[in-house]
Design a protein around this ligand. Structure first.
Ligand code: FAD
Ligand code: MG
Length: 299
C-alpha cells in the first residue's frame, strides 16, 4: 500500500507562543517547518495578557493571531489544525500522526504543547477562571488595584500564594479544609499581614465573593489558586522523554538549549518548565528553534 507522506525538516507540536517562536527561527533559516496545533491555548479564558514586554494588556488571542500571521507569511511553513496523537522515531527522524489522520515525517521535533490546568473542585470557580480567579499574581495581580484578595488553598504549595499576594492587596487565605499551616507558617503569614480563614468553601458568588459552609460571606475583588497541571500531549511519554516533577505537576526535562533527553527532540514553553508565562515561552521557543536548526545542520 502506498502511504502518502510529507517530508519536513521540523515538526512543531503546538502552535501557540512557544511553538510559533520556535517555528519563526526555523522559518527564517529557510527550513521546511510544519506546525500542528489543536488551538486550545492555556490563557484562552483571559481577556487580557500582562507582563509580556511590548504587548502588555493586549488580548491573548490577538497576540497569538498576529504571531501566527507573521510566521505563516514565510512560504516554507505549513500549518495543520489538528492534534498530534502519536509520534515515534523512524528512519533517523520522526513520524507523527494526527487524530484527524495526517501522517508526517521530520528530522527534528519540537514539543510546545503547553499544559492543561486541572482546577480545584469549588462551586463557581470554573466559570470565573481567567476573569476573577487566577493562578499567576504577576499576570493578574496588579489590576486588582490593591483590593481584597483571596487565596483558595488547593495543596501545600498554596502557602506560597498566601505569602506572596500581600504585595498586591489585603490578602485572606481560605484554608477550605485542604491545608493546615503549622506554627512557623502561621507566624510567617501574620508577618505578611495575611488573614487566615478556616472552614470549607460552599461556593463562589458575584465577582469573587467566597461563601463558607459555616455561613460566612467574604467579599473579595479577586481570587488566586494553584491548579494541578499536566502536559498537554502524550507525545513526550511516547518518545520516552525524561520528565521532572514540578510543584504543580510533571514537565519535560530540557537542557539550556531546550533539548530533551531524546536526541532530535526539543521542548519549550509551559510543557517544559515548572511555571511558565508568555514571555518565557517565547524566549524558550526561540532557543528551541535555533537549537533544532543547529541539529539539522550539524547533527
Ligand atoms: P499554550 O499557549 O498553552 O499553547 C499550547 C498549544 O499546543 C495549544 O494551542 C494546544 O491546543 C496545542 N496542543 C497541545 N497538545 C497538542 C497536540 N497533541 N497536538 C497539537 N497541538 C497541541 N501568561 C502571561 O504571560 N501573562 C498573562 O497575563 C497570563 N494570563 C493567564 C491567564 C490564565 C487564566 C492562564 C491559565 C494562564 C495565563 N498565562 C499568562 C500563562 C500562559 O497562558 C502560558 O504561559 C502560555 O500560554 C504558555 O505558552 P505555550 O505556547 O507553552 O502553551
Ligand atoms: Mg509549550
Amino acid at each position: 500500500m502506498h502511504i502518502p507522506t510529507n517530508l519536513n525538516d521540523a515538526i512543531v507540536i503546538g502552535g501557540s507562543y512557544a511553538g510559533l517562536s520556535a517555528a519563526m527561527q526555523l522559518a527564517r533559516a529557510r527550513r521546511r517547518v510544519l506546525v500542528i496545533d489543536a488551538g486550545v491555548r492555556r490563557n484562552r479564558f483571559a481577556a487580557t495578557s500582562h507582563g509580556f514586554l511590548g504587548q502588555d494588556g493586549r488580548s491573548p488571542d490577538a497576540i497569538a493571531a498576529e504571531s501566527k500571521a507573521q510566521v505563516m507569511a514565510y512560504p516554507n511553513v505549513r500549518w495543520i489544525d489538528g492534534t498530534a496523537a502519536n509520534a515515534e522515531t523512524r528512519d533517523g527522524g520522526f513520524r507523527v500522526t494526527t487524530e484527524e489522520g495526517a501522517l508526517e515525517h521530520a528530522s527534528v521535533l519540537i514539543i510546545a504543547s503547553g499544559v492543561v490546568d486541572e482546577l480545584p473542585a469549588i462551586n463557581g470557580l470554573a466559570e470565573r477562571w481567567g476573569t476573577s480567579v487566577f493562578h499567576c499574581p504577576y499576570c493578574h495581580g496588579y489590576e486588582l488595584n490593591e483590593g481584597r484578595i483571596g487565596v483558595l488553598a488547593s495543596s501545600a504549595i498554596s502557602i506560597h500564594h498566601a505569602l506572596m499576594l500581600p504585595d498586591w492587596g489585603q490578602t485572606t487565605f481560605f484554608l477550605n479544609d485542604t491545608f493546615v499551616p503549622d506554627e512557623a507558617q502561621r507566624a510567617a503569614l501574620a508577618a505578611r499581614g495575611t488573614v487566615v480563614e478556616a472552614g470549607a468553601i460552599a461556593q463562589l458568588e458575584d465577582t469573587a465573593t467566597v461563601v463558607l459552609r459555616n455561613g460566612r460571606r467574604l467579599v473579595m475583588d479577586g481570587l488566586f489558586t494553584a491548579t494541578r497541571t499536566r502536559i498537554g500531549s502524550a507525545v513526550p511519554e511516547q518518545l520516552g522523554c525524561a520528565l521532572e516533577d514540578g510543584p504543580t505537576g510533571a514537565f519535560i526535562r530540557t537542557d539550556g538549549m531546550q533539548a530533551t533527553s531524546v536526541p532530535g527532540v526539543f521542548a519549550c514553553g509551559d510543557a517544559a518548565r515548572a511555571a511558565g508565562n508568555v514571555a518565557i515561552s517565547v524566549g524558550a521557543g526561540a532557543m528551541a528553534g535555533a537549537a533544532a536548526h543547529r541539529t539539522l545542520m550539524f547533527g
